[in-house]
Write a protein that binds this ligand. Structure first.
Ligand SMILES: [Zn+2]
Length: 448
């Protein structure tokens, strides 16, 4: 009996120390990240401009993705070559080249690439999405390195002013990586990242990519992310990123598995109603156990029509700080009894509709407060931000109101004019009558 207790205690102590050792050795390896160059001691980067030839990529309103990707790729290569100890290749250097995805991965393997960066621009059905994202392999070391690079790239895109959609993985029905370039690179053990810089079909992003200078700026930004990731140095640029801190996958892997379900909770309730200002405050609570919330949209007609997607306030797509609830204000048009519904959208663009808020009062404002002069300015400045704000949805109908006031003023003038006319006519008639009478009296006097 005593022996058994002794052996048990021994095993317990041993396993405790073993766990302790494993835990700390993992911590150390996470902190001392250093990307190992390949056998010849040289860092080889392959840049793959997405699409090409007959494969145009996104094609919208004068934007042609294959050409945009090529411009960014060339600028990225030029910038990267300013750093020491790096060899950079493009998979192809003309937007007219039709290159199968397998060939691109084969090329990366043939030059012993340490990393492949695949460059893209995005657009969405219905033109509703905006922001920047990075897709990576869901597997092994490629996932780990991809995520570490993705974090750096997201910081770079945030500094440029873009909305962040995060670092994500996506699987096909066979359970392997959905994007061919990530799948083929993973088979060759080459870490890869597919960068979707921004959405060419959304007003929020267009300003970031509608000139050659913008595209070159993206190329330089991508190169800077790579330089930080690999801790590179450049005498020409006078920068030294050696020892640049990289966060490990374990810290942020929480949301990296593709989320294939809708947000779990989406509820709304009235926070306040202000009939005089014609606004209603809505408290929204939405949550997804698998990924952070990214956008919301609201409807005042019971869910028939929605506003464009709006940025989730204080979205923290690379961490866990995205708030679950917030209050936003909706301007309700005059004479409308709103039926409010909200859509909450997660990082993987899946959404859940809220409960319906109806039975709300008809929004009628007191007549003299229809158009206070300073109110109009207020609504105009709110919507001038970079990211769509709630007030953009429904503006109070200030234009018709102004016409109404114009019309009533015109009516008042007409009445005045009419009164003056009557007065003049009355004066004129009495004048005629008076002169007639005078003439008659004179005639009578003459007869007498
Ligand atoms: Zn593309």
């Amino acid at each position: 009996m005593g022996k058994k207790i002794l052996v048990g205690a021994g095993c317990f102590i041993l396993s405790f120390f073993l766990h302790f050792f494993v835990f700390f050795s993992r911590q150390v390896s996470a902190d001392e990240f250093y990307y190992p160059p390949d056998e010849d001691g040289e860092l080889v980067i392959v840049i793959d401009p997405g699409h090409g030839g007959g494969n145009l990529g996104a094609d919208y309103n004068g934007f042609l993705e294959k050409e945009m990707n090529m411009t960014v790729a060339k600028a990225m290569k030029e910038e990267l070559e300013k750093y020491d100890g790096i060899t950079v290749y493009l998979t192809h250097d003309s937007a007219d080249t039709d290159m199968p995805i397998q060939d691109r991965a084969d090329f990366a393997d043939s030059v012993h690439a340490d990393f492949l960066f695949c460059l893209h621009f995005n657009m969405s059905p219905g033109n509703i999405l905006f922001g920047s994202e990075v897709w990576i392999s869901a597997f092994g070391e490629e996932n780990r390195q991809g995520y570490r690079f993705g974090r750096v790239q997201m910081d770079t895109m945030k500094d440029m002013g873009l909305y962040l959609r995060g670092v994500k993985t996506r699987l096909n029905d066979r359970g392997s990586d959905y994007y061919g370039i990530l799948r083929f690179c993973e088979e060759y053990d080459i870490p890869a990242a597919l960068i979707e810089h921004c959405h060419i079909d959304h007003e929020n992003d267009v300003g970031f990519c509608d000139s050659e200078e913008d595209l070159i700026r993206f190329g330089v930004a991508d190169a800077t992310s790579v330089a930080k990731f690999f801790g590179l140095r450049s005498e020409i640029l006078d920068v030294d990123y050696s020892g640049y801190p990289l966060e490990d996958t374990e810290a942020g892997a929480l949301y990296m598995q593709a989320d294939t379900s809708d947000p779990d909770i989406c509820m709304i309730e009235t926070s306040y109603t202000d009939l005089e200002r014609g606004v209603i405050g809505i408290a929204l609570t939405a949550y997804d156990y698998d990924s952070p919330m990214l956008y919301y949209a609201y409807s005042i007609d019971g869910g028939t029509t929605y506003t464009p997607y709006l940025a989730w306030p204080d979205s923290d797509v690379m961490g866990t700080g995205t708030p679950d609830s917030f209050v936003f204000e909706i301007e309700i048009p005059e004479g409308v009894s709103p039926m409010i519904k909200v859509k909450a959208v997660n990082q993987y663009d899946r959404f859940t509709e809220s409960n319906l808020l109806d039975g709300l009062p008809v929004f009628v404002r007191p007549a003299e407060e229809l158009l206070p002069p300073d109110r109009e300015e207020e609504t105009d400045t709110v919507s001038s931000g970079n990211v769509p704000m709630p007030s953009e949805g429904f503006h109070a109908p200030s234009q018709p109101q102004r016409e109404e006031t114009k019309r009533s003023f015109f009516g008042f003038l007409m009445i005045c004019f009419f009164v003056v006319c009557i007065l003049f006519t009355a004066l004129f008639i009495t004048n005629i009558i008076m002169s007639c009478r005078k003439r008659q009296k004179r005639k009578e006097r003459k007869r007498k």
